[in-house]
Design a protein. Structure first.
Length: 283
């Protein structure tokens, strides 16, 4: 696992299965057009770095620190997701990004991650299961929760399987374990992690914990700007920090090597040694 501060422009090594991932630590506003331009910039940076995968934060299509609801929702064939699909196909780069879709009840929206493969196909949609009803916030007033028993959303790239969750899901280790049971080698957490006392410390600690307990690489991409923490972090399967950012807006690229994950899992076979399974809650 390496952090490429100035990576070469060739794509990831298809023979070894290494996957090059560009993380986009960006600010997002309520201006949808500006956010689309930010996504374009991120694709440009990923292409220049020879990335196989681009990860944007939660709420990449639109964000309001007071709460995001149906006023910022766009359909899956709307401008933002269409842009992601066009850019992915044009550049041959897969992308994971947080967007807000219209809800089923006509009153609330849905916080989702869209997973677009390198051919531009919509490979998966993850609806956020754990809504942020904590620390004085009530996401459930504006958003519908995703079903806990929905199939895990994963994407195979190179020699690795990437599984996706978002933000507050990070506080629920059983969600990560369910993805690993579905074959994930890498856990991806786009987030708009709200700032506050100890919040940056929680983010750092929990990302590394999810890596250690699952012997999986973890990519946590934080939105930056007022009211959120930034502090994007990539951890290896042993919990070691590969990349950690501050609060600046930036694009960085890391290489994830399946051989490293295999070595750590061989030395620490905690997944094989466990004696409990994860069962989704009935509500």
């Amino acid at each position: 696992m390496t952090d490429e501060g100035a990576p070469p422009v060739t794509p990831g090594d298809a023979v070894s299965g290494v996957v090059r991932v560009t993380v986009a630590q960006v600010a997002v506003s309520g201006d949808h057009a500006v956010n689309r331009r930010t996504a374009l910039d991120a694709f440009g940076a990923a292409a220049a770095a020879g990335a196989d995968l681009l990860v944007l934060p939660e709420y990449a299509s639109a964000y309001d620190r007071r709460g995001v609801g149906p006023e910022h929702a766009e359909p899956a064939d709307g401008p933002f997701v269409t842009l992601l699909r066009e850019q992915a196909a044009e550049r041959g780069i897969a992308v994971v990004a947080g967007v807000t879709l219209p809800g089923a009840d006509g009153v609330r929206a849905v916080n989702v991650l869209v997973v677009v493969d390198a051919s531009g196909d919509l490979a998966g949609v993850y609806r956020k299961v754990h809504l942020y009803d904590a620390f004085g916030y009530r996401e459930s007033e504006r958003l519908e929760p995703g079903p806990a028993d929905a199939d895990a959303v994963t994407l195979r790239l190179g020699g690795l399987t990437f599984g996706v969750l978002t933000c507050y899901d990070l506080r629920f280790p059983e969600s990560a374990r369910r993805l690993v049971d579905a074959g994930a080698d890498v856990l991806v957490y786009p987030a708009a992690w709200v700032a506050g006392p100890l919040k940056a410390d929680h983010w750092h600690t929990l990302l590394r914990a999810r890596a250690i307990e699952n012997t999986a690489a973890v990519v946590g991409v934080g939105m930056t700007g007022p009211g959120v923490t930034g502090r994007t972090l990539v951890a290896g399967p042993d919990g070691g920090v590969v990349l950690e950012l501050g609060e600046e807006q930036t694009f960085r690229t890391v290489e994830l090597d399946p051989a490293t994950i295999a070595e750590v899992r061989a030395a620490n076979p905690s997944l094989a040694n466990r004696r409990y399974t994860v069962v989704p809650a009935g509500r």
